[in-house]
Design a protein around this ligand. Structure first.
Ligand SMILES: Nc1ncnc2c1ncn2[C@@H]1O[C@H](COP(=O)(O)OP(=O)(O)O)[C@@H](O)[C@H]1O
Ligand SMILES: [Mg+2]
Length: 288
């Protein structure tokens, strides 16, 4: 739950966030710890991020008090405006590219990492997919080829929905900083590219008022899609700047959508299938 703490003239001075669950998984950093660690690089790369003012507990739940980042959520700002979409995702990809270059660590891609990031989410999602078993076999082969290669791990935000991206009209006109909030899912060393792919598709969905995430995915990533050439150009800049091979780019793309789909399966009522599972279904039908 997020509470805006107001001063006497009605302006928000701080934001207080109370965690919905009262435990942080073992070995995971708290949002405050992650934000403190990643804020310097995120700011140097050109984003405004909250400053941690206090971290503690409210009864048994974690409490984080942080500064207000100015601006309005891009989730609403983009509605009905493909022009704003193009400007915003260009700014987002510039920020992500700079942030990645500041935080990159090149390490061997291990079997364990591939299991956690690709194969386990895939087995969670598989029962919901048409030809799920065929897709799993294709992923297995892709992972075997990738195991042992060197991957540029980078800092990731992990939940770059446009509701977590804040823009203000004045700075947007000048092409300046964007605000990034909600650092709960962020990691120091995560898989590259996912923030951009998810952010672009979410932004396209925002243009359409979040009416159809599947159509937004096609707009961005299917040949002939409304924004696909534009998005492909930005994706290419990112992958080239990191030196990601074609095979690893494909693998990172599957990992990105599988992660979102697995979280969706874990959080939606049994028997219903959400938009991210649908997106993985579209990806699974492609040749790998
Ligand atoms: N530091 C902040 N400054 C300004 N707005 C914020 C800040 N933190 C959160 N918000 C606003 O509150 C919303 C919910 O907060 P968020 O941290 O994203 O929580 P949740 O985990 O519930 O998504 C955000 O989408 C954003 O609009
Ligand atoms: Mg949020």
């Amino acid at each position: 739950m997020v509470l805006h703490v107001l001063n006497s003239d009605g302006r928000a001075t701080s934001v207080a966030k109370v965690a919905s669950s009262n435990c942080t998984p073992k070995g995971h950093k708290t949002e405050a710890e992650t934000l403190k660690g990643l804020a310097p690089s995120a700011i140097r790369a050109g984003a405004r991020v909250p400053e941690v003012r206090r971290a503690g507990f409210l009864h048994t739940h974690r409490l984080l008090v942080e500064s207000v980042v100015p601006g309005t959520p891009a989730g609403g700002y983009l509605a009905g405006s493909p022009r704003r979409f193009r400007t915003l995702i260009e700014r987002l990809s510039c920020w992500l590219q700079r942030w990645a270059s500041m935080t990159v660590v090149r390490r061997k891609l291990t079997g364990r990492c591939l299991r956690e990031e690709v194969l386990e989410p895939a087995s969670l999602v598989e029962p919901w997919l048409p030809y799920g078993a065929v897709y799993l076999a294709k992923l297995d082969a892709l992972c075997s080829r990738a195991e042992g290669s060197i991957l540029p791990f980078v800092a990731v935000h992990g939940d770059l929905t446009m509701w977590n991206v804040l823009v203000d009209a004045e700075s947007a006109r000048r092409g300046e900083e964007i605000g990034i909030v909600d650092w709960e899912m962020a990691r120091d060393e995560g898989l590259p590219l996912g923030d951009f792919l998810y952010g672009a598709a979410d932004a396209a969905a925002a243009v359409g008022g979040y009416a159809d995430r599947g159509a937004a995915f096609d707009d961005c990533f299917t040949s002939g899609g409304r924004y696909s050439r534009w998005v492909a150009g930005l994706t290419n800049q990112l992958t080239c700047s990191l030196g990601l091979s074609d095979d690893l780019t494909i693998l990172m793309t599957h990992a990105c959508w599988l992660g979102h789909a697995a979280r969706e399966v874990a959080s939606t009522p049994e028997g219903s299938r959400g938009p991210f599972v649908d997106i993985v279904g579209r990806l699974g039908a492609r040749r790998i």
